[in-house]
Design a protein around this ligand. Structure first.
Ligand SMILES: Nc1ncnc2c1ncn2[C@@H]1O[C@H](COP(=O)(O)OP(=O)(O)O)[C@@H](O)[C@H]1O
Ligand SMILES: [Mg+2]
Length: 406
């Protein structure tokens, strides 16, 4: 997989982290790593990564103390395109969790299994490539543990609002739902190509090929539609999902993902790779229960709290449960509340246009616009067409208020 003409990759391996034999080093050579350096211990490794760049660092988790993890976290954040693999003889969940929180991207058990190690390195190489070239756009995954709460509605209209707020950035909306053509309906498009066609050519993916399967919709919003029917060739696996998302990140300023409710490999890969997750719920007991469970999974997977925001859809006064109850039940701040507006949501869907096109003055439309401004503002500088970050304080971002009534 070593790319012809690419700069040789550099790896730093802490003694004991890959076992005694040379298999790991061989696999790295095969993948285009030329400079493979070994460090005598964790302290030595941490000192070296302050001074020189490594694409990959492999550390023995058992030797990583809290102070090491803190230093590692800072070093990885500063370096931006250094990826860390942690290895250990046992899968201690606590240690793994702390590792993932401190910038470790992959965890592998010792003795290393060559196929597993190779697959992990391939995943990281995709990310190294994405981090090195291209524009490193922001990927926002919209997800709900339960169907019908408005994931597609939020994804479509947030993407459309982002395209309007950030006119100097290109925005992509991607349908990652198995067997769904929902975005086609929301935007009334009959695309020539879709995700199924992309899947056939994934081994050759690049900017031009990716662009050739996309459809341009209203107001400059780009769309990767899902396959029309539940075709087999449209089924996504984790690896393909990573490849597609990495391409989005290189080519677009923002990518919004309509994720499947089913937590399969593909959805987990999407949630993992995304910069932010908007977890949509409504205020029904069933939806909140599912959200609670999904939050537990996210915590177990080691997602940092800042990455995941709970958004309430169809919020309505006089409902059995309030947003405050939800906050209490979920032990999480509610980041955003979309008003319940059947007339607007259903009207836009029937016409096949984004909500802002159907009724720009509706509360629902204003809410999407404000959320887009907040998300774009916190991830990039204000665009040149006069959109300003909303100036909300950190506190109000954390304890997101319902959008102001207009
Ligand atoms: N804020 C809202 N107010 C009123 N109806 C909504 C709202 N958001 C979504 N809906 C409606 O709820 C239904 C399900 O939405 P959808 O986005 O398809 O959910 P999901 O993708 O989670 O299955 C649609 O008919 C949609 O028009
Ligand atoms: Mg949907």
């Amino acid at each position: 997989m070593g790319l012809p003409g690419a700069v040789p990759r550099r790896a730093l391996i802490v003694r004991g982290a890959v076992g005694a034999d040379a298999t790991a080093v061989e696999l790295l050579h095969q993948r285009g790593f030329a400079g493979i350096v070994s460090a005598t211990g964790v302290d030595d490794a941490l000192a070296r990564i302050q001074l020189e760049h490594f694409d990959l660092v492999i550390v023995p988790m058992a030797e990583m103390h809290s102070a090491h993890l803190q230093l590692l976290d800072r070093a990885v954040q500063r370096a931006q395109s250094t990826f860390v693999v942690g290895t250990a003889e046992t899968a201690d969940p606590d240690l793994m969790l702390r590792g993932f929180r401190s910038g470790i991207s992959e965890f592998l058990l010792l003795p290393l299994q060559p196929t597993e190690f190779g697959a992990a390195i391939d995943r990281l190489l995709q990310r190294i490539q994405a981090a090195g070239g291209g524009r490193d756009g922001t990927v926002i995954a919209v997800y709900s543990a339960k169907g019908g709460v408005g994931v597609t509605t939020v994804a479509v209209n947030l993407a459309h609002a982002l395209a309007q707020v950030r006119q100097d950035d290109e925005v992509l909306l991607a349908d990652l739902v198995t067997g769904s053509g929902d975005i086609r309906v929301h935007l009334n498009i009959s695309p020539t190509y879709d995700r199924g066609d992309l899947m056939q050519k994934l081994d050759r993916i690049d900017k031009d090929l990716f662009r050739s399967v996309l459809t341009e919709s209203v107001d400059g919003l780009w769309v990767l539609p899902g396959p029309d029917a539940a075709e087999l060739n449209g089924a996504l696996d984790g690896e393909s999902t990573n490849v597609i998302i990495n391409q989005m990140r290189q080519d677009f300023g923002f990518a919004v993902l309509d994720c499947d409710h089913y937590l399969g490999d593909s959805t987990i890969a999407a949630l993992e790779t995304a910069d932010r997750i908007l977890m949509v719920t409504d205020l029904s007991v069933a939806a909140l229960r599912n959200t609670q469970r999904a939050l537990l999974v996210a915590r177990r997977l080691g997602y940092p709290d800042e990455k995941l925001s709970v958004v309430v859809n169809r919020s309505q006064s006089g409902e059995a449960l309030s947003a405050v109850d939800a906050q209490e039940a979920l032990k999480r701040a509610i980041y955003w509340k979309f008003p319940n507006d059947y007339r607007t949501a259903a009207g836009a869907l029937t016409k096949g246009v984004p909500i802002a096109r159907f009724d720009a003055k509706s509360k629902l439309s204003v809410s999407f616009r404000q959320l887009a401004e907040q998300l774009a503002g916190s991830h990039a500088t204000a665009s040149r067409n006069g959109a300003h970050p909303t100036g909300r304080t950190r506190m109000s971002q954390l304890f997101g208020r319902a959008p102001k009534r207009s």
